[in-house]
Design a protein around this ligand. Sequence first.
Ligand code: CUA
Length: 369
Amino acid sequence: MSERDPAAGDVEGPPEEDPRIAGEKHPVARMIAIGIAASLVGIAISLLIDWFPRDAAGSAGQIDTVYDVLLICSVPVFVLVMTIAIYSVVRFRALPGDMRDGPPIHGNTRLEVIWVTIPFIMVTALAIYAWIVLDDIEAKQPDELVVRVTGQQFTWTFAYPREQVNSNELVLPKDRPVDFRIRTNDVIHSFWVPEFRLKSDAVPGLTTRIRLTPDRLGRYQVVCAELCGIGHSVMRQRVRVVPEAEFEDWLASQRSEQAGGGDQSAAGDSGETGEEGGGGQATARGRQLFTSAGCAGCHTLADAGSTGTIGPDLGQLSRTDAAYVRQSIVDPSAVAVEGFSGDVMPSDFADELSPDEIDALVEYLLESQ
Ligand code: CUA
């Protein structure tokens, strides 16, 4: 702002009458100069601080740059305003014995236009920039590894549907794009691996997604970033980024481990061992899918130990034929159940689950009647 800004005169009142600034030519210009100097110091400090852990995903660099740009734009606004406010309070405070009122001020059009226009341009530009970066990060990649993430008080489970593996540990191959599909079985959680930067809430009734490509081998932690109850702070699990070959070995060992439980406990590492008389492998798999696919979050089913009331009680189906149950899963809005809206349930289970997973669920639901 120029030293001859007429706004200065309006705000200050007639300088020659005020003993506090007598002999000082441009108090407002001086105030702004101090504010700008303080802003530069503020920017330098904010950029020197290492805000994030070492990055481990391809998009982390872009995200860190957005963050730096946000700091460069927002720190001066805060520092400039606070510096001018503090300077004014100290510099123009009432002198002892001076009981006069200050001059009345009836607005200043030029100042108002400036302080509306500059923030408007800044916020709009930042929004467009962030949108471009987000659009780039969220673009579909070839050869994506699909990982279904399920949050539940107070643990994460990870399912690799195409590889038919379930795990409590998130293992990812280096340099392969991953498409995370995030659900919750109960309350809102937030899936976050700080080294990957991206974070997404797990919201009841929704599947949220993030895409990223891990690009650094190592061990990290997935944490929950949404206060979800008494165990929120311990809702963390290990993440390993490993070479592709090691990932394949891990998948093979998980598969043989899960199959190795045999007919008695095909539920694998979900912790359920299959109740006696609960049926064969398909039923155990269905029971496990009922939880990992998110059904348990909304539906009551005694056999699975779930008590959700967002959707109908699945222990009491109105029709018990496979075609009806299948349609309820893949096209819920076509199946009206009294007292419930079919639009609440996600309609993408035909994409989320493989055909034999849907078969297993159908079989399980029919056997649970
Ligand atoms: Cu789950 Cu916090």
